[in-house]
Design a protein around this ligand. Structure first.
Ligand SMILES: [Mg+2]
Length: 183
């Protein structure tokens, strides 16, 4: 049997890109995707330590009729092009377009992480989950990942293993805490 590979899972809005404002709620168009430099630096570090990287994102705006699947595909194609130009690559992007909180893939449920683990032979027990919402932290814990990181200033309460204020601080945390993958 092939060896399982550890992965760092990233939430999207607020982690990969500036979060949409409260009125908008969703990034609706590729022109509105503003990628955070701290994500690019974090991804570079994660890959250099030998991890795969996967984005897991709730995007209920599609099933709410705020955007089309085509819009979402364009946004993710733009992200992939941007990263390719930086010589970086994601293993995959998983999206849950359902607004049903009972959907197994809608965070805080762990379905997207479990699907990714099965489809890409990932070792959840050595993987990390990074997000700005407590739903991301819960999804990671339910999937059984090793460590979770909440990127949020002054949350009321978090079950995450680590917390930082900003994506720029995340780079420093990962540099200190993310163990290199031993093969
Ligand atoms: Mg988020």
């Amino acid at each position: 049997m092939d060896k399982l590979h550890p992965c760092v899972f990233f939430d999207r809005d607020g982690i990969v890109n500036h979060p949409p404002d409260d009125a908008q709620r969703y990034v609706l168009h590729e022109d509105d995707l503003r990628i955070l430099p701290g994500f690019v630096a974090s991804l570079r570090l994660v890959l250099s330590r030998g991890y795969k990287a996967v984005i897991v994102t709730n995007q209920a705006g599609v099933s709410r009729g705020r955007m089309t699947q085509d819009d979402l595909d364009r946004i993710h194609a733009k992200l992939q092009r941007y990263l390719a130009a930086e010589n970086l690559a994601l293993q995959d992007i998983y999206e849950c377009i359902s607004f049903d909180d009972a959907h197994p893939n809608r965070k805080p449920n762990p379905g997207m992480l479990l699907d990714a683990a099965r489809e890409h032979a990932l070792d959840l027990e050595r993987s990390w989950m990074i997000g700005d919402s407590e739903k991301d932290i819960q999804a990671g814990r339910r999937a059984g990942v090793a460590k979770t990181v909440r990127v949020k200033p002054l949350p009321a309460k978090t079950d995450a293993d680590f917390r930082v204020d900003t994506m720029d601080e995340l780079v420093d945390l990962l540099a200190q805490e993310l163990p290199p993958v031993s093969h």
